[in-house]
Design a protein around this ligand. Structure first.
Ligand SMILES: C[S@@+](CC[C@H](N)C(=O)[O-])C[C@H]1O[C@@H](n2cnc3c(N)ncnc32)[C@H](O)[C@@H]1O
Length: 290
């Protein structure tokens, strides 16, 4: 479901550029992000019912998760295919697979809307924080259903609404307000576009899945300081927004925007100066009838 005038082809090309440009930032902040996101990854892989030898397909693997943790669980007899259309994000994922000594993992640069695998060839399909960027998520869910063997499981995590995910939305909110940007139109893919659990539950059922379960998966991110949170926020701001900041305020690191990041970040300061930034995600399990 998208809005009139939305061009999915142009959108995907822009997404590919965006994520390729952001890959060094996501790589830089991998440890901070993963230490917060670990409970979601853990829960997803638990729900995927992975056993040694299982075959797993991960959609939108980015810098590697949850594909890498899945590969550790399924062992040498199993296999994981991580996929993403942004090759530079996958560069980081491949490097991590080598560092972890994983011989059972491959990462393929492919659009999730153009998957070319045999039907019923996977025991599990996973996707963490990626489905919301797909213009035709319904087609991808239906394809994932076909790619699973009977009894196979899809697990997916998506973000809740922007106010419930300040780690990511704080920077967008501040920059959007400084630039006078409106909210994205409803129906356009984006980080918070699948935040309605009832709607995604219905879409998973419509894709053919039998048992569909949803649960809230809360997270805590812990930047060491407000400065670190502000750095994280700058690094992960899409290039087109950074360019608009530079154009409007004459400085890519506009001091007023930076100070707004810092004072918003300080709202999450604990007494010892470290931060505790809460986040909410929604975890879904959907089973293909056996
Ligand atoms: C927020 S990142 C999530 C990455 C990783 N799964 C994680 O949780 O850290 C979203 C990923 O979805 C990928 N993506 C967006 N649109 C895609 C598409 N059409 N096909 C494949 N991957 C896509 C992006 O390139 C990006 O790596």
């Amino acid at each position: 479901m998208t809005t009139a005038g939305f061009d999915p082809v142009a959108f995907k090309a822009q997404q590919k550029d965006n994520w390729n440009n952001l890959s060094s930032g996501w790589d830089r902040w991998y440890d901070l992000f993963e230490s917060g996101a670990a409970p979601v990854t853990h829960r997803m892989l638990e729900q995927a019912r992975l056993v040694e030898g299982a075959r797993v397909l991960d959609l939108g693997s980015g810098t590697g998760q949850p594909a890498l943790d899945a590969a550790l669980l399924v062992g040498a007899k199993g296999s994981v295919v991580g996929t993403d259309q942004a090759g530079e994000m996958l560069g980081a994922a491949r490097r991590r697979a080598v560092e972890l000594g994983l011989g059972n993992t491959e990462f393929l640069e492919v659009d999730a809307e153009r998957l070319d695998f045999e039907d019923a060839s996977f025991d599990a399909v996973t996707s963490r924080f990626s489905l919301m960027f797909l213009p035709d998520a319904d087609a991808v869910l239906a394809r994932a259903h076909r790619l699973l063997r009977p009894g196979g499981v899809l697990t997916a995590a998506v973000w809740s609404t922007a106010p419930r995910v300040p780690l990511l939305s704080l920077a967008f909110g501040i920059v959007g307000a400084r630039l006078g940007l409106g909210a994205p139109p409803a129906g356009v893919p984006g980080p918070f576009s699948l935040s309605d659990p009832a709607a995604l539950t219905g879409r998973l059922r419509a894709a053919g899945f039998a048992e569909v379960a949803h649960e809230e998966c809360p997270l805590i991110f812990a930047p060491k300081s407000a400065e670190e949170f502000a750095e994280f926020s700058w690094d992960l701001l899409p290039g087109w927004l950074r360019a608009q900041v530079a154009q409007r305020f004459g400085d890519a690191r506009d001091p007023r925007t930076w100070n707004a990041f810092l004072s918003a970040a300080r709202e999450f300061e604990a007494e010892d100066g470290t931060l505790r930034v809460p986040g909410l995600s929604h975890c879904f399990t959907a089973v293909k009838a056996g």
